[in-house]
Design a protein around this ligand. Structure first.
Ligand SMILES: [Zn+2]
Length: 205
């Protein structure tokens, strides 16, 4: 099976080409282009979040922990009645460390207990779910950025699934569902909802 480095290399080449093409053909600005590149590159790692030993999960855990810690820091260092904010600097540091370890371990625990390697994370829903999530995240950046991140995120995840399929000579990573039909249905409904949300936002601009 292709390893982490292989997926990262292929995803970054495809993302770079995709972003260059988008900038030429659709006039993507630097913000849209850089967000789209990150979406594509990270998309190449997303399916292996279901693998207990793979690097993508540890990396994603660090990002989730950092993201949550940043939000907590932003909140407790701002003015406000609730929780008697702003907090003194040493409490902010403790809150940041605490929330990093809390959210990092909760995230890793959920993935560990709820996923199976080459399960639903390696299915045709994943590219569109990931694309839809990126499109929602980029909502404030305008229609072009939404399309750019959606497109690159979808392509990035597909690059992973296709590489896995090609190296293993099997269509398994490109499956529509798994034997667990209830979980598959939930995943597709979630994918449809997230994309609907992103799509609605696109038309609001
Ligand atoms: Zn994989």
């Amino acid at each position: 099976m292709p390893n982490f480095e292989c997926h990262v290399a292929v995803a970054s080449v495809i993302s770079a080409v995709g972003v260059a093409a988008g900038a030429i053909m659709f006039d993507w600005d630097p913000t849209a282009s850089s967000l789209a590149f990150v979406a594509g590159l990270s998309g190449g790692m997303v399916p292996d979040l279901d693998c207990d030993t793979a690097k993508p999960r540890r990396l994603a855990g660090v990002f989730v922990g950092l993201g949550c810690a940043a939000m907590v820091v932003g909140y407790v260092s701002g003015q406000g009645q609730f929780l008697r904010r702003p907090w003194p600097a040493e409490h902010v540091v403790l809150a940041a460390l605490g929330s990093f370890f809390l959210f990092n371990s909760v995230f890793l625990e959920i993935l560990k207990n709820r996923t199976k390697h080459r399960g639903l994370f390696h299915s045709l829903a994943t590219p569109f779910l990931y694309g839809g999530l990126w499109a929602c995240l980029a909502a404030g950046q305008g229609g072009r950025a939404i399309m750019a991140v959606w497109f690159l995120a979808v392509i990035g995840v597909f690059s992973h699934l296709i590489l896995d399929a090609a190296k293993g000579f099997t269509f398994n990573p490109l499956k529509i569902a798994s034997a667990d039909l209830a979980a598959s249905t939930r995943l597709w409904i979630l994918t449809a909802l997230v994309n609907f949300l992103a799509f609605i936002r696109l038309f609001a601009f």
